[in-house]
Design a protein around this ligand. Structure first.
Ligand SMILES: NC(=O)c1ccc[n+]([C@@H]2O[C@H](COP(=O)([O-])OP(=O)(O)OC[C@H]3O[C@@H](n4cnc5c(N)ncnc54)[C@H](O)[C@@H]3O)[C@@H](O)[C@H]2O)c1
Length: 340
């Protein structure tokens, strides 16, 4: 590999974790919007999600682990990238709890390495997939949190996101022309080429679609939700925004109308599956309880969601009922070992 980056058109982006649930939708959206995509992923959950884009001239894939710094450096040095969009991570509280050392190495150490190399190479933009889990448990459960609210992570997953956000946005001396942005996503739902059935809306819909009794813990706790296509659209919006609108900025990603308690999600489900069986197991303790305000991304970047929770439920339900997903219990749809 030559030491000189290919000085190609200024539209090449590196997507880490591009084979994942959100990443596989994003990769397609970027290509449709005339970006060239280099996708870096270790295929922890397989690579079927990329088959459809495999032959596309605007797509290049590197099977690489982000903890392999030498390989990462080579990929970063190869092109004159416009942006790094950093999604690769051990994703979710259970997965990080199960493999904490791997989570620290991946979500913190390798992410910091990626950031430092990007700054050194003067890659203009760095977009980081963070999470609304950073807010932890709201002090006032009747209120709402916005981007200025104190962060109170209560899981290793969120603590590592908070730590990296801080490295990204509060670097010693802001680098001129460097444009880092942290996106705090609501919990994602909806259909993707790398489906996940370990996310609340997807999991609840799957259980009822398969005719099982759905057991719900902590039905009174709030969380915001965002469709996976809106997850990708938000990243594209930030990539296309003027630097002064997004540099050193944090945006919650979702819509204020899409805050739900688990009980409200069940109510939506029962509208579409009237004979669904649900059992609530009341639990006073839930580590996470937050309602989030999403006005900032709406007002400053003009971002609006395209799909609501009921629409996402309908998509998953019809897809399972039509038999498109042969075995929704397959391990590949989960980030931790399933016990069923
Ligand atoms: N899904 C959500 O509800 C949600 C909410 C908020 C934020 N996010 C963030 O969005 C990003 C993507 O999440 P997702 O739901 O698509 O998860 P995912 O688990 O489907 O995707 C993660 C991808 O990263 C890859 N990966 C993991 N470790 C790697 C490593 N060491 N080297 C290279 N690749 C590696 C995996 O193979 C996978 O393709 C994550 O950063 C996540 O924290 C997701």
């Amino acid at each position: 590999m030559s030491n000189q980056p290919e000085k190609a058109e200024k539209n090449i982006v590196l997507v880490t974790g591009g084979a994942g649930y959100g990443g596989s939708i994003l990769v397609r959206l970027l290509i449709q919007n005339d970006y060239r995509v280099v996708c870096l992923d270790n295929l922890r959950y397989g690579g079927r999600s990329l088959i459809e884009v495999w032959d596309n001239q605007a797509f290049e894939f590197r099977k690489t682990d982000i903890t392999d710094y030498e390989a990462v450096d080579q990929i970063l040095e190869k092109y004159d990238y416009l942006a790094v969009i950093h999604l690769a991570a051990i994703v979710g509280d259970p997965a990080c709890k199960l493999e904490p050392q791997l989570a620290v190495r991946t979500n913190r150490d390798a992410s910091v390495h990626m950031l430092e190399k990007a700054v050194q190479l003067e890659i203009p933009r760095f977009i980081f997939a963070s999470t609304c889990s950073n807010y932890g448990k709201m002090v006032d459960s009747a209120g709402m949190v916005d981007e200025t609210a104190p962060l109170a992570p209560i899981s290793l997953y969120a603590a590592l996101k908070v730590e990296f956000e801080s490295q990204l946005l509060h670097r010693d001396g802001k680098v001129d022309r460097f444009c880092p942005t942290a996106l705090r996503f609501a919990t994602v739902f909806g259909l993707s080429p790398r489906m996940r059935f370990d996310l609340t809306v997807n999991e609840f819909t799957k259980e009822l679609a398969l005719g099982r009794e759905l057991i719900v813990f902590g039905e009174q706790f709030w969380r915001p939700y965002c469709h996976v296509s809106d997850y990708a659209r938000a990243i594209l919006t930030v990539l296309n925004a003027r630097q002064d609108q997004v540099a050193y900025a944090v945006f919650n990603v979702g819509d204020t109308s899409q805050n739900y308690t688990k009980k409200m999600i069940v109510e939506e489900l029962l509208r579409q599956i009237p004979d669904g069986k649900v059992r609530f197991v009341h639990k006073e303790e839930d580590p996470r309880d937050y309602r989030v305000n999403f006005q900032k991304i709406k007002h400053s970047l003009g971002f609006n969601i395209s799909k609501t929770v009921p629409e996402g439920i309908q998509g998953i339900l019809t897809c399972i009922r039509a038999g498109l997903i042969e075995n929704p219990d397959d391990q590949r749809y989960y980030n931790t070992p399933i016990t069923r």
